[in-house]
Design a binder for this molecule. Structure first.
Ligand code: PHE
Length: 344
């Protein structure tokens, strides 16, 4: 009996064969149990010899079953590992499939962020649907200030009886100045890239476009620091050492004094050349952060001061990569994206 089962178990080809053997040998109505029933008919002496033997045989068969089961599982696992083997070093099957590209706006946003990261600026963020307090009031633009009209603001619709504060699609990234200062206080050095919205549309205006806000607040930051930071930035961005900038006195409610900044450029044979000649191209607005703005954000203007600027990402992308029409950025024309896009 013993040899019959042990060799059958060792030869069992799979789990179901093993289960059949288990039932035959040690199952309720299996051969061992049948033999155990016969113990009753034996004499006491015979029983004392046969009983332990049968029990030992039962144990032995049970462990042989378990061992064979484990061995079969190992074999199955080996087979799976062999069949499902994957060479992760093989090149992907890219050939023939269309590859996407990085949009010039994303590319330029990355380039600008990297340059300002080198200059010690962290990245801050704010919502695109902004309360009019952050977009205007906190930036020293009270409700009836004429500057509100200049922005061509998109207002969010509110039903009568809706008591939530009025919201707008942010018209600039400047509200992120307030949010960033509320969050970390002074000193602070951040940029805030993102989408902004104004109701405007022609070759150089789209209702959605992109800005990067800059903000540096410390004990004694001055216009000189602003000028140095921007000149470093333009030199790095356009890869032109010593590119000239021009600061023109201007007005923004949230800076005092304010300056619009132009970079040196010229037109040669209908081609725009950055950093050459005696023409100028406006690229950003800037100034010393107005004390009212610091106060709105909970920063004490008697102890802290600094500069802010806002530049148009789309405009800089057009200038750097020679893209003539702003609207093409957002047409999703695949031929345009293939031509002006960057490989990932
Ligand atoms: N928010 C201004 C705009 O969108 C730009 C700006 C930012 C000017 C910061 C001064 C300081 O026109």
């Amino acid at each position: 009996l013993r040899d019959k089962y042990l060799s059958a178990i060792a030869d069992a080809a799979d789990e179901s064969a093993l289960e059949t053997l288990r039932v035959q040998a040690v199952g309720k109505k299996g051969e061992i149990n049948l033999k155990m029933r016969e113990l009753g008919k034996m004499t006491a002496e015979e029983r004392q010899v046969a009983g332990p033997k049968l029990n030992a045989l039962k144990d032995e068969i049970n462990s042989a079953l378990a061992a064979r089961k484990a061995a079969l599982a190992d074999v199955a696992l080996d087979a799976r590992l062999r069949d499902e083997w994957l060479d992760v070093t093989l090149p992907g099957r890219a050939a023939g499939r269309p590859m996407g590209s990085v949009h010039p706006i994303s590319q330029v946003t990355e380039e600008i962020s990297a340059i300002f990261a080198d200059l010690g600026f962290a990245v801050a963020e704010g919502p695109q649907i902004e309360s009019d307090w952050y977009n205007f009031d906190a930036l020293n633009i009270p409700p009836h200030h004429p500057a509100r009209q200049e922005f061509d603001t998109f207002y969010m619709h509110r039903d009568a009886g809706d008591n939530r504060p009025p919201h707008v699609l942010r018209t600039h990234t400047s509200p992120v100045q307030i949010r960033a200062m509320e969050k970390t206080g002074a000193p602070i050095r951040v940029i805030a890239p993102g989408r902004v919205y104004r109701s405007d549309y022609d070759q150089t205006h789209t209702p959605m476009f992109h800005q990067i806000e800059g903000l540096a607040i410390d004990r004694d930051i001055s216009m000189a620091h602003l000028k140095w930071v921007l000149e470093e930035f333009f030199a790095a961005f356009f890869e032109i050492d010593g590119i000239k900038t021009r600061f023109r006195a201007s007005h923004f409610p949230f800076t005092e004094p304010s300056a619009e900044v132009d970079i040196q450029c010229s037109w040669v044979d209908g081609q725009l050349r950055i950093g050459e000649g005696d023409g100028w191209m406006e690229v950003l607005g800037s100034g010393m952060v107005h004390p009212h703005v610091l106060k709105s954000a909970g920063v004490d203007p008697d102890q802290w001061q600094g500069f802010a600027f806002g530049l148009g990402i789309d405009r800089l992308a057009m200038l750097k990569y020679g893209i003539p029409d702003l609207r093409a950025f957002f047409d999703s024309d695949l031929r345009w994206l293939r031509h002006y896009g960057f490989s990932a």
